[in-house]
Design a binder for this molecule. Sequence first.
Ligand SMILES: [Zn+2]
Length: 117
Amino acid sequence: MKKYEGSCHCGAIAFAFVCPEVKRIMRCDCSLCARKGIAMTTTTIAPNDIEICDPEGVLATYQFGTMTARHHFCSRCGIHAFVETRLNPGHYRVNLGCVDELDAMRLPEELYDGNSL
Ligand SMILES: [Zn+2]
């Protein structure tokens, strides 16, 4: 397991999480992710393994469809930093583009068939 740190674009929201070393990214083809075009963790992260820092209270949440997944974004810069997944509520996938240490756009990717859920 490895610890990563990330933030939204404006820096209002910072977070840290622990997961297996990131060697691949996941792209989801659901109607929302196709629009966001983000690279996410291939594994889900347990609530105890993520720490979210939002001192100004700018974190907002978008939900659609079954209203199960919770897509969290910064209401100042608009960046979707992480999502609480539909299949594993309360567990997170993180936007790896928010992690400075990773060159997320250059990692091999797998496509997730979110559109069929
Ligand atoms: Zn922000």
